[in-house]
Design a protein around this ligand. Structure first.
Ligand SMILES: CC(C)(COP(=O)(O)OP(=O)(O)OC[C@H]1O[C@@H](n2cnc3c(N)ncnc32)[C@H](O)[C@@H]1OP(=O)(O)O)[C@@H](O)C(=O)NCCC(=O)NCCS
Length: 131
């Protein structure tokens, strides 16, 4: 799945990402889905920023609601006083159709256009039901 993510192109970048994953695990901000011994989905969540920082499901296991389960698992840990955000692909990016449909399915709304690791991306925001 790494080809889909800007910032994971080189071995050095991948090794930095490994350190990042370990840090999230130490802070209880990492959750994965396993099929036997195989990790088939992973989600990183920053409590301090109330932000989904990484989400991927093995392409052989998609459309089985694994990502929905992963996000459902961390939602009770999120801060209900603050909008939940994620940065994902912009409309028209062929890699991003699934992610954009997924976040919209979960009630996220498309927000600011920005850049990450030099790639154009868009922030999606999930507002809590208030009142
Ligand atoms: C986005 C991603 C994590 C979704 O994982 P998933 O486990 O397949 O998603 P789910 O099965 O939980 O999908 C829940 C709902 O989201 C929507 N959805 C998910 N993938 C979709 C797709 N390819 N096309 C249209 N709708 C989609 C559907 O409404 C789906 O419900 P349904 O299957 O009952 O119709 C997965 O496609 C992926 O890893 N993509 C590549 C990496 C990526 O884009 N990560 C996010 C970067 S921010």
């Amino acid at each position: 799945m790494r080809k889909l993510f800007p910032g994971l192109e080189t071995e050095t970048a991948l090794s930095e990402h490994r350190e990042t994953v370990l840090r999230f695990m130490e802070e209880n901000g990492a959750v994965c889905a396993k099929d036997g011994d195989r990790v088939v989905g992973a989600l990183l969540f920053s409590r301090s920023e109330n932000m989904l920082c990484y989400l991927a499901v093995d392409d052989r296991c998609q459309r089985r609601h694994i990502a929905r389960e992963l996000v459902g698992y961390i939602l009770p840990l999120a801060n209900p006083e603050k909008d939940l955000t994620v940065t994902t692909y912009r409309v028209g990016d062929p890699n991003g159709a699934a992610a954009r449909a997924f976040y919209q399915h979960l009630g996220f709304e498309a927000g600011a256009l920005t850049e990450e690791f030099g790639s154009p991306v868009q922030v999606f925001v999930r507002r809590w039901q208030r009142g």
